[in-house]
Design a protein around this ligand. Sequence first.
Ligand SMILES: Nc1ncnc2c1ncn2[C@@H]1O[C@H](COP(=O)(O)OP(=O)(O)OP(=O)(O)O)[C@@H](O)[C@H]1O
Ligand SMILES: [Mg+2]
Length: 330
Amino acid sequence: MTILQEIVFVVVNMDRDIAIKVVGLTKYYGKFLAVDHINLEIYDREIFGFLGPNGAGKSTTLLMLTTVLKPSEGTAYVYGYDIRKYPDKVRSLIGIAFQDPKLFWIHTPYEILIWHAKVCGYRGSKAREVVRDVLSMLNMWEARNKRAMELSGGMRKRVEIAKVFIQKPRVAIFDEPTAQIDVTGKHMIWDMIRGLRDEGSTIILATNELYEADILSDRIGIIYKGKIVAVGTPKELKDTIPGGDILEIQVEGGLSNGLLSRLEGYREVSKVELVDSTVKLYLNRVEELLPQILEDLIRNGVKVKSVNMREPTLDDVFMHYTGARLKEED
Ligand SMILES: Nc1ncnc2c1ncn2[C@@H]1O[C@H](COP(=O)(O)OP(=O)(O)OP(=O)(O)O)[C@@H](O)[C@H]1O
Ligand SMILES: [Mg+2]
């Protein structure tokens, strides 16, 4: 096949919604297996959260997708282009904010970003305009003329992130974008990432922060020791834990055995416990089932005093799939 035929073949045979298809992607550092034959589909115009602890293989995967590192085995297709065969094309579609920004020490954010804007095709006043807009959005306009060596860690990270917002690439990759960034800055960057998705970019966000992954991602892939262990929307992932939701209902005077077995009979309920006057149910889809359960109890003459419910967290999901915790116990 000619190159053109090959491109047409790949594009025609791909689902239209798929932005990136990862096939058996693998990386060995010497004998150490850092990324272990991962398969993944990332959809067009979604925010895909890549969640995993330190050393899981997130950055290594992203560096292969951006053609910085060569895969040991397997490959990925970025909008149909094989990263091994068409690295230049792939680089033109992707922009990445690296985890550890490497800035030239003597340059200023303004100089670095003007240069970057020009590489991205902006000319003259247009380059100055886009740099001013993005630096202002990131609260970096005042610090624009400091030298890189004078920037704080969070400021350096903002300059790195600014590059992606100037480029507005088809695939925007952020490797732990808000590490070192203060709370107000985190919210601002999350809003900007959502904005970039809404303008049409596909986003990959590597993070080890549960909250960031939960609120920002349309779908999440959990990576652990180089393997993808689960993929889904935050809600789907939480719903996969059997009995992951907990519903506590405090009632007046306890419950009869008949009523307890009635609650146990619900298909979504995995376990029921009664401690003093509080009945504790472990179930799935609590939000859908709650009205029905309450109605059932009330119809059977039970006086409900209080109701408390808790959905599983992504940490519970992580625990379910890996047996480990991402977050320390409180
Ligand atoms: N250049 C390298 N040479 C040897 N081993 C490496 C190299 N880079 C990464 N590794 C190893 O590969 C594994 C995956 O590292 P990677 O940086 O991809 O993890 P990560 O998920 O991005 O972690 P973090 O959350 O800490 O950024 C780790 O065990 C790491 O020690
Ligand atoms: Mg990393």
